[in-house]
Every structure is written in structure tokens, then in C-alpha cells.
Design a binder for this molecule. Sequence first.
Ligand SMILES: Cc1cc2nc3c(=O)[nH]c(=O)nc-3n(C[C@H](O)[C@H](O)[C@H](O)COP(=O)(O)OP(=O)(O)OC[C@H]3O[C@@H](n4cnc5c(N)ncnc54)[C@H](O)[C@@H]3O)c2cc1C
Length: 389
Amino acid sequence: MPVKSVAIIGAGIAGLTAALSFARHGIRCDILERAEQIEEIGAGLQISPNAARILSKLDVLAQIEAQWLEPETVDLVSGLSLKRLVSLPMRDVARGRWCAPYGVLHRSTLQGALLAAVRQNPLCRLHLGKQLDVVDKATIAAMTLQEHDLIVGADGVWSSARYAVAGSPKATFSGNIAWRFTIGQNDIPDFLRRHSVTAFLGPSAHLVAYPLAETGGFNIVAIATGANPGDTWKAEAQGKQHALLMSQFRHWNPVFADMLQNIAKPTFWPLFQAGEGRWHNGSDTVLIGDAAHAMMPFAAQGAAMAIEDAFELAAFVTGDRALADALASFEAHRTPRVEKARKRAALNRFAYHARGPLRLGRDMLLSVRPPEAFLADFDWLYGYRAEGL
Ligand SMILES: Cc1cc2nc3c(=O)[nH]c(=O)nc-3n(C[C@H](O)[C@H](O)[C@H](O)COP(=O)(O)OP(=O)(O)OC[C@H]3O[C@@H](n4cnc5c(N)ncnc54)[C@H](O)[C@@H]3O)c2cc1C
């Protein structure tokens, strides 16, 4: 029986992309979001060509391209000496080699563009202030006054929809904390390059900096080991947490302490990841995005994988297959790719946070490896053609 109507839990990147992807196939969607209004949350995002290609197909890329910045290079730099270890040309290479752009933007710019497209689409209905603690068809029908053939759990790393899928992945604390903050355009330190994404690498920590065209300022993410403050996506990093941030960078080049001691409103994000497990219940419920596979941000692919999931799920359930078979095929198709992205993130984590002799070896290897070899490493990831494109 073809899917005619879908309930989506969560209006994050995965949920909104899923709604637009289903609507392309003429499928009606109700999106249930617990927030009373969609807030600006989450600082910056890098959007790689594999995700940009899908956003273009969904007619939202033009709107975000008008607001984002395509970095000229992606650089790896020593956090101790500030020596540039690698500088990969990105702006022209992305469009030429992977046939889609690579951009950096505020998360709210992407969410806002998706939201505007959803609001304009007559097949999509957004319900704000709807928190689902129990995810089943009867509860959703009572909230939306609508029956649904399929439930999509796109409710993020602490998903409630997971409880509707036996054997689903569990979220566990990774042992790493991310501090996220922005710097205003008048406070940008000289050591940050204004047209590049730069990852500064140091012992047991790294710090990623990139410009935000929306504000003229910079987005900064610093990741280091730390304790779990509980299931929160965002906490103000005042007092103790700010002192912890300063202590993580005390052996780095002094320019970092100068920058970090003056930042306004840093936020503190415990990094959770979801391990292996089933993504669907064998009949009518499926998980996508962070609900299915929250991963560490070391490869900047969490949102990109959520976008791919959403788009491909719509393609899988609109074929001739029975829904249960379509969900099983979707999971079998997506898990190897997500696993490869996760392994890539784990490798980056190991390399970025290396200490002692490992760090020296890493720096030497990065300095002598030709940029073409690094770019070729991204072909499988950025050159990906999603099902249905
Ligand atoms: C420090 C950091 C840096 C990152 N950088 C990048 C990057 O550069 N590039 C990239 O691709 N990814 C990046 N990511 C990952 C990316 O942010 C996430 O993978 C992505 O936002 C996941 O999207 P999602 O829609 O699955 O979940 P979310 O964005 O968490 O959305 C879930 C939605 O569901 C709603 N919800 C939750 N529970 C319920 C409920 N019970 N009922 C109703 N609604 C509910 C929430 O309010 C929310 O709106 C980064 C992550 C971190 C932490």
C-alpha cells in the first residue's frame, strides 16, 4: 500500500528536510515539534557538498547561498606553533570536483530556510508545542486529528521515538565537551583567517573557527575532554565551566587564552553519541538523523547525514515495496554509509587530539602529504549521490 501520510516527530534539520522530501513525492506530512517556537539554537554549521546537493534539489539552497560563506580553504593548523600543516582549496574544488558547494552558516539560517519552505508547502503542516513522550499512532492522531501510515522519529539525540523501536540505539556520553560561541566582527583576533575554515590541533583538544557571513563575525567550537552535566543540548558555560575551558587550552599558544578569556556567552555542550541498533520497528516507525545515529562532530557530518537520511527515506518508501520491506531496505542502505562517516569522525578525533610523539608524527605526515591526496579522501563522502536525486 503506498504511503500517503507521514507523522514526523521533531522540526530540526532531519524533520524539516524529511517533510520537504516526502512532499516532493506528493505525501502529506504532520510535523510535531515540542518547542513553542523555533529558536535560534546551535551556533554554526559546515554544510558539505553531499548535503548541499540535496538542499538544491529541495529548492532551499538558493536561499541559504545568499546568506552563507563558501570558504576558500579548509586548513589544519598547529595550536602550539600556529604553523599551517595543511591548506586544502575548498571553494572552487567543491563546485568542480563534487559538483556542489561547501558552505558555512549559522544553524538557524539553514533551519529558517527549511522552515520557510515547509510553511509554504500545502502538503506540510507544522504543529508547535507538541511534545511526544509516548510515540504511537493513537497519540499522534489525537494531536493532529489525522491518521498516518508512517511515523518518522527525527527528535534528536535524546529521542523519545527510540522507545517505539525495540533494540534501537542508545545515546551515551562520549567523554568530550564542546564549547560553542561566536565572536563579533570587531573582536576577531588576527590569527583567524577570514575566508577559511581552520581546525587548530593541540594536545587532547581542538578548536574549529570559521567566519559567519550573516554577522561578519566568527563561529568557534572548542572540543576537549570533560564531565557530563546531564541531558542538555546547551548550557551556559559560566564560572566553573569557563575555568575548565581556559584550563584545557593553558598549554596552547597564548593567543588562545587571550581569545577565550574575553568571550561573551560561551555555551557548553556535552557530546553524546548513539551506538548500533535498529532504526525501524518492522512495520510503521523509523528513526532518522541524531535519533538514529548521533555522532561526534569531528567530521562535521551529523546534519549532512540527517539530510541524506531524510531525502533517501522518502525515495525508499515511495517505491513499489511494502512499507516494512522499504524500511528494512532503507536501514540496510544507510547504515554502512553512516558507519563510514562515524569511523571518519573517530579517526579525526584520534588525529586531532594526539599528544607527545604521536602529535609530532601527525604534524610531519600532514605537512608532507599532497593536498590532492586529502581531497581524494573526501570523494566517497562529498561526491555521494543520494537515492532519488
Ligand atoms: C559542537 C557541534 C558541532 C556540529 N557541527 C556540525 C557541522 O559543522 N556540520 C554538520 O553536518 N553537523 C554538525 N553537527 C551535528 C548536527 O548539529 C546534528 O547532527 C544535527 O543538528 C541533527 O539534526 P536532527 O534534526 O537529527 O536533531 P536536532 O537538530 O536535535 O532536532 C531534533 C528536534 O526534535 C525536537 N524534539 C526532541 N524531542 C522531542 C519530542 N519528544 N517531541 C517533539 N519534538 C521533540 C527538538 O526540539 C528539535 O527541534 C554538530 C554538532 C555539535 C554538537
